[in-house]
Write a protein that binds this ligand. Sequence first.
Ligand SMILES: [Zn+2]
Ligand SMILES: [Zn+2]
Length: 342
Amino acid sequence: MKAAMLYGVKDLRIQDVPIPKVGASEVLVRIKAATTCGTDLKIFQRGYVEKIIQLPSVFGHEWAGDVDQVGEGLEWPKKDMRVRAGNSAPCLHCTMCQKGKYNLCEDMIWLWGAYAEYIKVPARMVLVNMQEIPSHVSYEEAAITEPLACVLHGIEEARVRLGDTVVIIGAGPIGLLHLLTAKKIGVEKAIVIDVVEERLNLAEKLGADETINSEKTDVSETVHRLTNNLGADVVIEAIGLPATWELALKLVRKGGTVLEFGGCPPRTEIKVNAEMLHYGEITVLGAFHTTPLHFRKALNLIASRTIDVKPLITKRMPLEEIRDAFKILTTSKNEIKIALSP
Ligand SMILES: [Zn+2]
Ligand SMILES: [Zn+2]
């Protein structure tokens, strides 16, 4: 089968590799659509994240497809069933899992290989993180279950509420998913910050009440003007840079919450004003990945059309052109997610 293998920074190759053999309780899926993700782009551009991918590796983690083979011992799923799964499965046994922090599982398994013709889903993942896709949901929409699940986890941790004013830093795929979710919760005002005008225009189409181009405007000043000089109830950082993590802290109101969502490069440190933390009672949160429960919620929200993820897919390309797809993503101002089909 054709598969995109990642060998190192910016070294992605389409190769012929054997179709994985299915063992007991495993499932082989014929991939119909895979979507590109900021995490993939980050790994492609700046290197691998040791704990979650070892190179060389098949690449990509957002996918949906048809069940091709079902391993011995499984009564579900059935052959040809439309499914999505991955990209993680907690063990349910470790200390973190016992505390209900499934996203911090100490024995998490990760699944790569969305950019291929077939993918083998491990037994544990079939059990805790595979879902049937309702017939009215497209494969590419179903593939977006994973990033939406991460966003749901983050937004729940940050306790975004009806009537809040929320600032979202970054209008990439993750920032826009935060925007869509926050608007559904019923925030009073969603303010989106980015440096790319085209992305801010899309954010406005998707419901942003205010947008700020941080290259053209003083962000702090504008946010304070838009929030009666208070700052926002919740600030969500969806980029993953120390400068924007620190910026987020400057935009929150007293007693408000900062959700540092975008992962920074390893060993990054940021400055936090202790006075603000103490006298201002600011809550600063990190959020990493997501849980099987949120994967389920995410697909249900997509299926019920509560959250419409379709506008995030701005381009479709064949799998063979994946290198061009990544080139486009590193330079384009308009593309948010590219759907690749084998
Ligand atoms: Zn993703
Ligand atoms: Zn665990």
